[in-house]
Design a protein around this ligand. Structure first.
Ligand code: FMN
Length: 372
């Protein structure tokens, strides 16, 4: 309430990137103070046995994670567990430090509950981030998202593959899982690894790294069914346990936002509500196609527990968000988790894992009944 009535109107008058930087600074400072963490935890944390599950060998106390792109340089790892998150994904991190695209590179579209993002993988680079993570204890699972450095040189596929490889070996010791981000809409040279041939080469190289930590691929919501099929069949041949669905929406024509409104913001991918439909469609499609063989982490347009529950029932085991938290405030995580327990109870479940992909089983049952 205070956030939406008092804090948000003030923050939304300021430049979005400056607000983002300020929140990171404050969050990083708060993470250093034990008392602040205990206080915040008392207000914002919600625990319930229904929400706890193990996915690919990792124990999650609730299914709500902070998506990649908010905590680019691992500044919030000590405070986010007190804010109620079940996990976070830092990055995307690139092998070399990267300033990102020229400013301005972040805009709000409040009417559409969306953000336009054109950061271009700004981050301090894999070695600096490894140094920051060294010796730290994490009280929730930490995912690390890796992408190729946003520069002209990584247009050469061999260099791009080495870029991912370096980030992987540098950061793997600190991660609970690694995400291979092949879907950044804002980087030099586009998204070359959506081509199955090149993805096959990239994953072959990464397979040579011995590690039993889960590896996920982050998908674009702009992919056609054929492209999704190709991505799945390449992944089946490699050491990949699942998909994060999805990244930002690049195709503005699919966003439902008028060209006039879009002319007021710069280039970049769209987050939040405009991409929710596409993220949900791909989650459903991948779950059905692979019969739940791959883990799915659902992402895109989550603003309440119903949005989360829809993704879970469509096939996601876990979810991530950013934009919902910016529009609804930090109490969103607790509110979602509380409400999610009620939704599970109402449907007769005793754990979130029982609801994963349930919509497909239901439609399967109806089809069987109709055919008999
Ligand atoms: C400010 C911002 C920066 C982002 N940067 C990254 C990034 O570096 N890597 C990545 O994989 N996704 C990035 N994303 C995409 C998010 O991880 C997520 O896929 C997308 O925003 C959809 O979720 P949402 O609707 O809850 O925001 C970024 C999103 C935002 C809003």
């Amino acid at each position: 309430m205070i956030y939406k009535k008092v804090i948000k109107p003030i923050l939304f008058k300021k430049d979005p990137e400056k607000v983002h930087d300020m929140v990171i600074k404050i969050g990083s400072l708060m993470g250093k103070c034990k008392l602040t963490k205990i206080g915040l935890s008392a207000i914002l944390n919600y625990k319930h046995s229904f929400l706890t599950q193990t996915v690919d060998g990792i124990r999650y106390r609730n299914p709500i994670g902070l998506a990649a792109g908010f905590d680019k340089n691992a500044d919030l790892t000590q405070i986010l567990p007190s804010v109620g998150f079940g996990f976070e994904e830092i990055g995307s991190v690139t092998a070399l430090p990267c300033k990102g695209n020229p400013k301005p590179r972040l805009w709000r579209l409040p009417k559409h509950k969306s953000l336009v993002v054109h950061y271009g993988l700004k981050n301090i680079g894999s070695e600096a981030i490894a140094k920051k993570l060294q010796g730290k204890i994490f009280s929730f699972p930490l995912g690390i998202s890796i992408a190729k450095t946003n520069c002209k040189e990584t247009v050469d596929v061999k260099i791009a593959i080495l870029d991912y490889y370096k980030s992987f070996i540098t950061l793997e010791p600190f991660a609970d899982y690694i995400t291979i981000n092949i879907s950044c809409p804002n980087a030099f040279g586009g998204q070359p690894f959506t081509s199955s041939k090149l993805l096959d080469q990239l994953l072959t190289k990464l397979d040579s790294i011995k590690s039993n930590k889960p590896r996920y691929i982050k998908m674009s919501p702009d992919l056609s069914k054929q492209q999704v099929d190709a991505l799945i069949s390449v992944s089946e041949k490699h050491n990949i346990q699942g998909f994060i669905i999805s990244n930002l929406l690049k195709n503005r024509e699919k966003s439902g936002i008028t060209p006039e409104e879009l002319s007021k913001v710069g280039a970049g991918g769209l987050s939040g509500k405009p991409l929710e439909k596409y993220s949900n469609e791909i989650i459903s499609y991948v779950y059905r196609k692979t019969k739940g063989k791959f883990t799915i982490i659902g992402c895109g347009g989550i603003f309440n527990a119903k949005d989360v529950y829809y993704k879970i029932k469509s096939g996601a085991s876990l979810v991530q968000l950013i934009t919902g938290m910016i529009y609804e405030g930090p109490t969103l995580i607790k509110n979602i988790n509380k409400e999610l327990v009620k939704l599970l109870q109402k449907d007769g479940f005793t754990n979130i894992s029982e609801a994963v992909g349930i919509d497909h089983q239901k439609s399967g049952e109806i089809c069987r009944k109709l055919l008999n």
